[in-house]
Design a protein around this ligand. Structure first.
Ligand code: SF4
Length: 346
């Protein structure tokens, strides 16, 4: 049987991960949200710190938003952090502070979609429900040898029906985790798959028809839009200018170094600073940097500007590198430039 082969393999091969050691509903929920679009190795230290600072629903519900965003700094997709807090507040208000075990109740919480509701209900509460993420879609489409586009409703439904038959009544949560684990370490994307090490190989149509490497079937990706930006690291008396991004849109509400649209030449940048009321002492070009979002790429050019004054026409805050480190959530799009501050080499 596929599911018993898979569970036997999982019992001896599963990676030891902090949320698996103690799978309380809160820990499972937080880890599942963190793991969306993010690698396990990246998530572990964030998860540990989050649990230390906000160990339960109540503390998350009551935390000031900047504290939650600071804990999320660098993980990206910040709406996940905001939704976590909104969901904790709803759990406190509507569910007596207890994370609900029912799929529909979980689905009613901000930031929880079908996948997360299935994962929390099955892993933390032992409900027999599928949790279908990108890894599971890939593994299942290979096992079925499916030629249906997995991003289509038909493709997803095909996989959901297959899982309904395969998921055992005992250990449904482990079954879901085992499939995800298989996708993460054995049934890897593209040609990196390791069929020789796979516990479900005897049941895999993709393997027996020798088509697994070409699966899953997906529509070709849209090209990302390229946006040019100019980042200004403006320092005055050991403090750097920061501004808050708008309340809606990409990276909303987070902090950033002043950012100009398009690529600016050095002299034009200095002129712009003077127009804003800053006296520019020196201006130095920094190396270019690139950041990739899901649909956009930022191609950045940067300048380090030493200014004589901070009183300009802009509503910026001025903070030392230590204050930035402790209090301001700066998205990882600015990581390379921020590193220059932290290494104190400007
Ligand atoms: Fe994936 Fe190969 Fe295992 Fe099939 S046999 S599930 S294609 S690793």
């Amino acid at each position: 049987m596929l599911s018993s082969n898979l569970l036997t393999w999982y019992d001896s091969h599963a990676r030891i991960l902090p949320w698996r050691e103690e799978p309380t509903p809160y820990r499972v929920w937080i880890s599942e949200i963190m793991l969306q679009q993010t690698r396990v190795e990246t998530v572990i230290p964030y998860f540990e710190q989050f649990m230390k600072t906000l160990p339960d629903v109540q503390s998350l519900a009551e935390a000031p938003e900047p504290v939650v965003l600071k804990l999320w700094e660098g993980l990206g997709y910040y709406s996940r952090a905001r939704n976590l807090q909104k969901a904790a507040q709803k759990i406190a208000a509507d569910f007596g502070g207890h994370i609900p075990s029912e799929y529909d109740a979980l689905l009613s919480l901000p930031g929880i979609g079908a996948y997360t509701a299935g994962a929390v209900a099955s892993i933390a509460f032992g409900k027999r429900l599928p949790a279908i993420d990108g890894n599971v879609l890939r593994v299942m489409s290979r096992i079925l040898g499916s030629q249906t586009n997995i991003t289509s409703p038909t493709g997803k439904e095909e996989i959901r029906r297959a899982l309904e038959k395969l998921q055992p009544h005992d250990r449904p949560g482990d079954f879901n985790q085992a499939l995800m684990e298989l996708g993460a370490v054995v049934c890897l994307p593209g040609k990196a798959l390791k069929c020789a090490d796979c516990p479900v190989r005897p049941h895999c149509m993709g393997f027996s028809f020798d088509i697994a490497h070409a699966l899953p079937v997906k529509p070709s990706k849209k090209e990302r839009r390229i946006e040019e930006k100019t980042v200004l690291l403006i320092r005055c008396q050991g403090r750097y200018a920061l501004r808050r991004r708008p309340k809606s849109g990409l990276l909303s509400g987070l902090w950033e170094f002043p950012l100009l649209e398009s690529h600016w030449e050095a002299e034009a940048c200095a002129e712009e600073c003077r127009r804003l009321g800053l006296e520019v002492q020196t201006l130095t070009a920094l190396p270019p940097a690139k950041h990739i979002f899901s649909h956009i790429e930022w191609h950045m050019r940067g300048y380090f500007i030493l200014a004589e004054n901070t009183d300009c026409t802009e509503n910026w805050v001025w903070a030392t590198p230590e204050e930035i480190h402790a209090h301001y959530s700066i998205p990882s799009a600015f990581k390379k430039y921020r590193q220059l501050l932290e290494e104190d080499i400007l």
